[in-house]
Write a protein that binds this ligand. Structure first.
Ligand code: TYD
Ligand code: MG
Length: 450
């Protein structure tokens, strides 16, 4: 029999290769390839016969209408598509320290208090550590802790205790002694997760799995599991800011564009139900130049954010261009459009731009408010305090339409803004008083600064 060859596998995304490679061709990470032992049995040699369980006619499969378990945390339920779906598997990814354990313990507390039994598998922390965090966030009844990493033991405990919801924190600590590899390797992560996913599906238990994302690829990332779970959520935000965003990346049971917004407080995560007011809370005084309010869309939700710019004469050969929360290529493009299409050169200025509150804005509708903030700072003229803006800029200086204009305008009106500057609206979108449609950037600047 020919000797089975081993494969090399990327610990970040699971891409397989016949030999070691320095950079993964799939996800682009460096130094993430680890050798994997060949499988012990060839397919078709296990001697298994057809499933002893009869197949089920699709039409005969019963579906219970009330199959959601709301966690009671509205922002979390919203991203899930209306609560946890019974028997589904949710993966929550994010960098260490972002708040995954905190969120799930808070959800456990709410579920437990309502009489939904939760089993919390804490492979990373001791029961005492979890208990002290639980005290801090007020979680108490209905939660069983299982400090365990052996997948077989966890499986047996689930079958014996029959909880409704199981939380595994984290998948990278799980271990199957029958397999090669250390906990956190792609082989272990995939095999142990697959085992628990199978159990969840056959016993109608809802499973939430935590997966750490590390930049250096030292442990297998959640990406290797994305395809075996029903819902993938990522917890984002940076540790310098209080805001945390839970974003759906995949959802078999809801929209994959939804987000939930939280703030990390002294007693756990606090839901930010009115993100616009929270984000605009620190907004500068009326009459300050270099600030524009953008009506953006996050998921299905309109949100007002402040775009800030500072343009100051440079003393450098190469003027600085620094951006926070804004793609730097986007900034350069808007600067070029301002210079060529609106006659506003910034070549002799250092330019700093940021989105206040630590959020990231990646949608093209950022262009117009960014241009307004830059022009405002450059000319030291404030954008009207009661105006919001949105719109993509074409390279020719035209202001282009963006989706969800009506929702953006509704949010602006709700927050008390009486004016808006944006693209020519598609027919069917009701125009509200105070809306100025600008065909070009030059027109928009004229409207804003007259
Ligand atoms: P944690 O939820 O353990 O993050 P993860 O499980 O994603 O690694 O902790 C998040 C951070 O938040 C941690 O640095 C401690 C801090 N924190 C608070 O600020 N307030 C709190 O009430 C709690 C529980 C944690
Ligand atoms: Mg944790």
């Amino acid at each position: 029999m020919a000797r089975q060859r081993s494969t090399w596998r990327c610990q970040q995304c699971g891409h397989a290769s016949a030999r070691w490679v320095g950079r993964c061709p799939e996800c682009g990470e460096y130094g993430t390839f680890v050798e994997e032992a060949p499988p012990s049995a060839a397919p078709g040699t296990s001697g298994a016969s057809a499933s002893p369980r009869p197949t089920v006619a699709l039409a005969d499969v019963s579906v219970s209408p009330d199959s959601r378990i709301p966690t009671g945390i509205a922002e979390f339920d919203r991203v899930l598509g209306g609560g946890l779906v019974r028997g589904s598997v949710v993966l929550i990814g994010g960098e260490p320290g972002i708040g995954k354990s905190t969120l799930l313990l808070q959800a456990s507390g709410r579920l437990g208090a309502r009489g939904v039994p939760v089993l919390y598998v804490c492979g990373e922390e001791s029961a005492q550590q979890v208990r002290s965090r639980a005290d801090r966030i007020g979680a108490r009844d209905g939660i069983s802790l299982l400090p365990e990493v052996d997948a077989a033991v966890i499986e047996a405990t689930i079958l014996a205790e029959r909880p409704e919801v199981v939380i595994v924190d984290s998948v990278q600590t799980l271990f199957d002694p029958g397999l090669d590899g250390v906990p956190g390797s792609v082989g272990q992560v995939r095999a142990t997760a697959a085992r628990l996913v199978r159990l969840a599906k056959t016993s109608d238990i809802t499973l939430i799995v935590v997966g750490h994302v590390t930049k250096d690829g030292s442990i297998a990332g959640p990406r290797v599991l994305e395809h075996v779970v029903d819902t993938v959520l990522y917890f984002e935000g940076d540790s310098d800011h209080a805001f945390r965003v839970v974003r759906a990346a995949k959802n078999r049971f809801g929209s994959a564009a939804e987000i939930g917004i939280f703030e990390m407080g002294e007693e756990g995560l606090v839901e930010v139900g009115q993100p616009s007011s929270a984000l605009l809370a620190g907004r500068g005084e009326r009459g300050v130049a270099g600030s524009a309010v953008m009506a953006t869309i996050e998921g299905s939700r309109p949100l007002l954010v402040e775009i800030q710019a500072l343009a100051t004469p440079t003393y450098l050969q190469m003027p600085r261009r620094l951006s926070v929360g804004i793609d730097s290529a986007r900034l350069l493009q808007v600067l070029a459009i301002l210079e060529r299409r609106a006659g506003l050169p910034l070549g002799s200025y250092d330019v700093y731009v940021s989105v206040a509150g630590g959020v990231r804005v990646t949608e093209p509708a950022l262009d117009l408010p960014l241009a307004l903030a830059l022009a405002s700072s450059r000319n030291d003229r404030p954008v009207p305090h009661d105006a919001v803006a949105f719109g993509e800029l074409g390279l020719t200086g035209d202001v282009r339409g963006v989706p969800h204009a009506a929702a953006r305008l509704r949010e602006a009106a709700r927050m008390g803004f009486s004016r808006a500057i944006g693209p020519t609206l598609a027919t069917g979108v009701s125009r509200q008083p105070g809306y100025s449609d600008a065909r070009t950037l030059a027109v928009a600047l004229e409207v804003a600064f007259g």
